[in-house]
Design a protein around this ligand. Structure first.
Ligand code: BYC
Length: 313
């Protein structure tokens, strides 16, 4: 049976949330709030780290030195995002080693989007524009979430994501001003990344078991479907501006709703991907496990050095 003290604390906590107060690490919080945040933040951090792989695949094949330098910087930014979010998760008492163990064992998820292959240079454009574009919509909302360290990490991350978004759009607009094969390559990349980008926002609200709680606690400020619609409404005019289209015959402005209508998302594909059966799930996990094993000596050396120099910060 719940003791009345806990009930009182929970009410006080919810009142703080309802008043729009920010929860900080040392504040009292329900165990479930802490667990939900650790789940979501660690999955977010894993996504940033796995997210380096599809683009990392093109660093050696970038078409110019400028493109290579920009892509290299972008991929490094994603590593930094992972680190900020792991640090933010540690403020909740989580141990980074445990979070990584959960991830490497396949128990913790990471974003579905990174289980698709990057087949051409135009995919770098599509990822920057669509994937980072979707991430910005989601993370701008998270920058106002109720947990202080997560919200603050998002502010910095969103600034960097804005650069990523612009560089992706610039890659595609350059290709769209090019030859017929270049334009076809850009359109093909967008055709392949459009639907998976919409899936990034998670299942439809009716099938999102975590949303009710996360919305009540203002971890989520908007539902999965609301953010997905916001992304579509923003992105369609950008596509039209550079002559790209999306592979959805039902995508159409609805004057009455003041939103774009869109076709049915293939949820079977989404659930297959998040349950480990996407096109690149095995490859991604194999790469991360190898990175973990290859990095062991560095971690051991760092720990040994820190043990020898206890006053180092
Ligand atoms: N992929 O109840 P729901 C980046 C899972 S990286 C995989 O709606 P929730 C970038 C969900 O975890 C930024 N799994 O969940 C990096 C849950 O499973 P569990 C990525 C998904 O938490 C490099 C189950 O489905 N952004 O920008 O309320 C290069 C039921 O879903 C997905 C973030 O991580 C998915 N797409 O809402 C370029 C944002 N969707 O845990 C770019 C932070 C759902 O119960 N996360 N699931 O087993 C969030 O905002 C929320 O967690 C989600 C899901 C909207 C993703």
């Amino acid at each position: 049976m719940k003791n009345t003290d806990t009930a009182g604390l929970e009410k006080e906590f919810q009142d703080r949330i309802d008043r729009g107060e920010i929860i900080e690490p040392k504040d009292w919080m329900p165990e479930r709030y802490r667990k939900q945040l650790i789940r979501m933040m660690s999955q977010h951090a894993h996504s940033e780290v796995v997210g380096m792989l599809p683009e990392g695949n093109w660093i050696t094949r970038a078409p110019s030195l400028r493109r290579k330098a920009v892509l290299l910087a972008k991929v490094q930014d994603e590593a930094g995002h992972g680190l900020y979010i792991y640090s933010a998760a540690e403020t909740l008492g989580a141990d980074r080693k445990d979070l990584l163990a959960e991830f490497l064992s396949g128990r913790a998820k990471y974003s579905s989007i990174f289980n698709y292959p990057t087949l051409t240079w135009a995919d770098m454009g599509a990822i920057g524009w669509l994937v980072d574009g979707a991430a910005i919509i989601n993370q701008t909302a998270l920058a106002k979430c109720s947990y202080g360290p997560y919200a603050r990490a998002m502010i910095r991350i969103c600034k960097e994501e804005n650069f990523h978004h612009k560089q992706g759009y610039e890659i595609l607009s350059t290709l769209m001003k090019g030859s017929l094969p270049q334009r076809a390559m850009a359109q093909d990349a967008v055709n392949r990344w459009w639907w998976p980008s919409l899936m990034m926002f998670g299942p439809q609200d009716a099938n999102s078991p975590n949303s009710e709680e996360l919305l009540r606690w203002k971890v989520k400020k908007y539902s999965n479907d609301e953010l997905r619609q916001r992304f579509i409404d923003r992105t369609v005019p950008q596509a039209e501006h550079i002559g790209l289209s999306f592979p959805d015959p039902l995508l159409k402005w609805n004057e009455k709703r003041r939103h774009y209508d869109f076709g049915k998302i293939n949820w079977e594909e989404f659930f297959n991907v998040i349950n480990g059966r996407g096109p690149c799930n095995r490859e991604r996990m194999k790469a991360r496990k190898k990175a973990d094993e290859d990095g062991l000596w560095v971690r051991l050396a760092a720990e040994a050095y820190a043990a020898k120099h206890p006053n180092l910060n």
